[in-house]
Design a protein around this ligand. Structure first.
Ligand SMILES: *Cc1c(COP(=O)(O)O)cnc(C)c1O
Length: 417
């Protein structure tokens, strides 16, 4: 089927949840996607932060081929070779002790919320005073299932499905006083993304993250860091919390974990894990042999190819170039992020939408989040030359836009480039 036929069929047959870009990708190579007409696109989004190793990576293709011939699924009623081997890698790299494997981000997050409730229950049974409430942050995003949307800030994700899970209060982002005011022994967990993703690539301040750690420790509440978007090397470290020198009690991983094969994980301390015993939680598909084999191959390739250092170096260059661009274009009001998790915030939602569409016309894939934020989540294989191509395209688009708005609105100030 061609793009137009597919569009018509989907419009008739699928729940209308997505507004797709009018492009039909058929394959990829490295950091490039290729459409049905053979056009190559530079991919700065990597399937919303999933395709960390780009496309057609030999280590991933080899792991899928090998493991699919050997064993794809066994259920969690039996042992297979992958979970322990992957858990060794994840615990070493996160600094935490125990792993539960799920399939997706939201499933890992649901499990983490349940773990917090169970842990608080255990503490109560031991005579400690601790409640069942959650503190989440404004602009947070934790997924689409009930617990996850209940802890997600944006009303449009929550309200159509109400009543959502009760007992969630939202703290103003990076507002230490608000955090202190809302924290009490009623709280079983503080929920953070060390760098908010969907909310606009917003890093926690050191002060706020440290205060969340201190408050949680003071009552036995868990500090849970959602690293589904920021984890597994995207920021130049395995987890974004490692930039802060703060260890959470629980972290959740997913997006890039198995290079495009669905896999999620909860990683937690021995203390948090005390709350769980056999039969309390589970999953049919989670941590299957195929996904684990690929995740092992991804981690090994990240290390073998030095991709943490590359993400740091290329990400630094990318951020510098965006800052340089911001000096010439008033429309860019902020540049944020770490490593290859970056954003340029624009002064208008219309311009952000237009920029994404214009970039796509120039065969560069980015997206826009939180209305005004251009988001860059490229594969970890990105090189400086790719960054420079994207910056040139952005410069061209913003320059054309500024020129066009100065002719249509004579009063507007234009900026020399
Ligand atoms: C994407 C995302 C999720 C949800 O992951 P899914 O795999 O889409 O369920 C949760 N938290 C964060 C921070 C995310 O970026």
């Amino acid at each position: 089927m061609k793009l137009e036929q597919i569009r018509a069929a989907e419009a008739r047959l699928l729940l209308p949840t997505y507004e797709r870009n009018p492009v039909l990708f058929v394959r990829g190579e490295g950091v490039h996607l290729i459409d049905e007409n053979g056009e190559r696109y530079l991919d700065l989004l990597s399937g919303i932060g999933v395709n960390a190793m780009g496309y057609g990576h030999p280590a991933i293709a080899e792991a899928i081929a090998r493991q699919s011939r050997a064993l794809i699924h066994t259920s969690n009623l039996f042992y297979h070779e992958g979970q322990a081997e992957l858990a060794v890698r994840l615990t070493e790299r996160t600094g935490l002790d125990r792993v539960f494997f799920a399939n997706t981000g939201t499933e890992a997050w649901e499990g983490a919320l349940k773990l917090a409730r169970a842990h608080a229950g255990l503490l109560r049974s031991e005579g400690r005073q601790i409640g069942t409430n959650f503190l989440a942050l404004e602009q947070s995003f934790h997924g689409r299932t009930f617990g996850s949307v209940s802890t997600t800030w944006k009303a449009k994700y929550r309200e159509p499905f109400g009543p959502v899970v009760p007992g969630v209060e939202f703290v103003r982002f990076n507002d230490v006083a608000d955090l202190r005011a809302k924290f009490s022994s009623d709280v079983c967990a503080i929920l953070v993304e060390p760098i908010q993703g969907e909310g606009g690539i917003r890093p926690l301040t050191q002060e706020f993250f440290a205060e969340a750690r201190t408050l949680a420790s003071s009552t036995g509440a868990l500090l849970i860091a959602d690293e589904i978007q920021s984890g597994m090397g995207r920021t130049g470290k395995w987890c974004a919390y490692q930039h802060y020198g703060i260890l959470p009690d629980v972290t959740t991983l997913a997006k890039p974990l198995a290079g495009g094969i669905p896999l999620g994980a909860i990683v937690c301390t021995e203390e948090a894990a005390r709350a769980i015993h056999a039969g309390m939680h589970g999953t049919t598909f989670g941590g299957g042999p195929l996904a684990c084999a690929v995740a092992i191959a991804v981690i090994d390739a990240i290390e073998k190819d030095g991709l943490l250092a590359q993400a740091t170096e290329v990400g630094h260059h990318f951020q510098q170039q965006l800052r340089q661009l911001a000096r010439h274009h008033e429309a860019i009001v902020d540049v944020r992020g770490k490593g290859l998790m970056l954003a340029a915030e624009l002064d208008s939602a219309d311009l952000a939408k237009l920029t994404v569409a214009e970039m796509l016309k120039r065969r560069i894939v980015i997206n826009c989040t939180s209305d005004t934020v251009l988001r860059f989540l490229p594969p970890f294989l990105l090189e400086r030359a790719h960054v420079d191509r994207a910056i040139d395209a952005l410069n061209e688009i913003l320059t054309e836009h500024a020129a066009a708005s100065s002719t249509t609105q004579p009063a507007a100030q234009t900026q020399e480039v």
